[in-house]
Design a protein. Structure first.
Length: 281
């Protein structure tokens, strides 16, 4: 880590020398790629081969890598001080796909972090770790996990990897159980789960630079009028979201409502709770 040069770190912690960003070609990755430049002198940008753009900025290194390949991930993490881990399958899919990208992928990432001396990871977990809670329930990070599919299971596994690698090796992680980070909410459910890119960016900064996070689990949501999640267990991050889904309410409520018994209207995980099973053909 280098000396603080007036960059927007928190708690006076210095800026990183090199930050690794996985999943950089995805929706969130594209939105934050240029903004993470303020967190480090150099940013290593990674995604699957063939999907990264070729336009590296002077501070960027483009390194294609399949997270399922252990040797490639080990090389990817070399000389990195911190990792923002966004890469992987981001929706409910057959187990074999989830196994490769998300389960082997997160194992490879933590093993690489251990071997290469990376001390801080921000893991893109998901609200689908707790997707079977009802929308009329409010939970905090101590609530029992209730994954709503293979995807949610893989994020639950990622959180357990984070805990074990902190307890055994002192690698610190903030697992952000992201709600719905998109330009705007797409439906009524996302009025509760939506998070703006600006709020995500601020939470990312706090997750990278707050001293002594151990393994912290934080729900990633904006200051929406109605939410399902209580972030009391992550108060040390000092995260106070500024945006709200209210600005989109009229547009969302102009669309037909789902049936009140539809899982999208009942369960926090919405449609993920009923996607699959994926029987072999
Ligand atoms: P996305 O699907 O747009 O991006 C994921 C990226 O990971 C893609 O560019 C894909 O090519 C890459 N990837 C997939 N398999 C890979 C592999 N084997 N090796 C290397 N890269 C691989 O997803 P999005 O929306 O940008 O989300 C980023 C992360 O945040 C994901 O891990 C997702 O599960 C998580 N998340 C996102 C939420 C959201 O609202 N956008 C909500 C909750 C979690
Ligand atoms: C997720 O975990 C997905 O990655 C994203 O595509 C959204 O569907 C989000 O959850 C959500 O629950 O809205």
């Amino acid at each position: 880590m280098e000396q603080d040069k007036g960059t927007p770190s928190v708690d006076g912690v210095a800026r990183f020398g090199r930050l690794l960003l996985t999943g950089a070609a995805g929706g969130i990755g594209r939105a934050i790629r240029h903004r993470v430049a303020e967190f480090a002198e150099r940013v290593r940008i990674s995604d699957l081969p063939g999907v990264l753009p070729h336009d590296a900025a002077p501070h960027e290194e483009l390194v294609p890598c399949d997270l399922a390949n252990r040797q490639s991930v080990d090389a990817l993490a070399r000389d990195c001080d911190a990792i923002v881990h966004l890469g992987g399958v981001s929706v409910e899919r057959p187990f074999e796909e989830i196994l490769e990208a998300n389960i082997k992928g997160v194992f490879n990432l933590y093993e690489a972090a251990r071997r290469q001396g990376v001390k801080r990871i921000v893991f893109a977990s998901s609200n689908h770790v707790t997707g079977f809670y009802r929308q009329d329930e409010r939970i905090d990070a101590t609530a029992r996990k209730r994954p709503d599919g293979y995807y949610g299971l893989s994020k639950s596994f990622g959180e357990d990897m984070a805990q074990m690698y902190f307890d055994r090796y002192g690698i610190e992680t903030v697992s952000i159980r992201i709600g719905s980070v998109f330009p705007e909410p797409k439906d009524r459910r996302m009025m509760a789960s939506w998070m703006s890119y600006d709020d995500y960016h601020d939470l990312l900064r706090r997750s990278l630079f707050t001293k002594e996070v151990g393994h912290t689990i934080v729900f990633g949501m904006s200051a929406n009028a109605h939410t399902w999640w209580d972030n009391r267990c992550a108060a040390h991050l000092g995260f106070v979201p500024r945006d709200s889904s209210e600005q989109f309410r009229d547009k969302i409520e102009a669309t037909p409502p789902p049936s009140p018994t539809d899982p999208v209207a009942v369960l926090q995980g919405g449609a993920f709770t009923t996607t699959g099973p994926f029987d072999p053909v």
